[in-house]
Design a binder for this molecule. Structure first.
Ligand code: FES
Length: 118
């Protein structure tokens, strides 16, 4: 199993500073990547575009099971692991997110030739 290394990016001083829309979703740019933040039973982060045809995940909706539904064709994805649970065999990329006393952080995988040295 590949050992992933993350660089952690602060996105807010605390969870209350995140400006969610009524659907408990918001879109941010972190390290040049468009990322959707979801507020379910806990915070989640995933890629902003649906892997099916590029629907904007932040325009979708989440349910009580922390499943997000894409607004375009209604495919459903677990926010916990990105699995497509409506059987279309797509995968929504997710990112680790954590809140500490210093703020809310998203982990972006380090890539590139030198990342394994760190
Ligand atoms: S673009 Fe998301 S389900 Fe088609």
């Amino acid at each position: 199993m590949k050992n992933k290394k993350y660089r952690w990016y602060k996105i807010a001083d605390n969870e209350n500073d995140l400006r969610f829309a009524e659907n408990n979703l918001l879109q941010l740019v972190v390290a040049g990547k468009k990322i959707c933040i979801a507020k379910g039973k806990e915070l989640y982060a995933c890629t902003a575009k649906c892997p099916h045809a590029g629907g904007i995940i932040a325009d979708g909706f989440i349910d009580n099971s922390d499943v997000v539904t894409c607004p375009l064709h209604r495919y459903k994805f677990s926010l916990q692991n990105g699995r497509n649970i409506s059987s279309e065999d797509y995968y929504l990329k997710t990112y680790p997110i954590q809140t500490t006393g210093k703020g809310v952080f998203i982990g972006i995988e380090e890539t590139g030739l030198m990342s394994w040295l760190k």
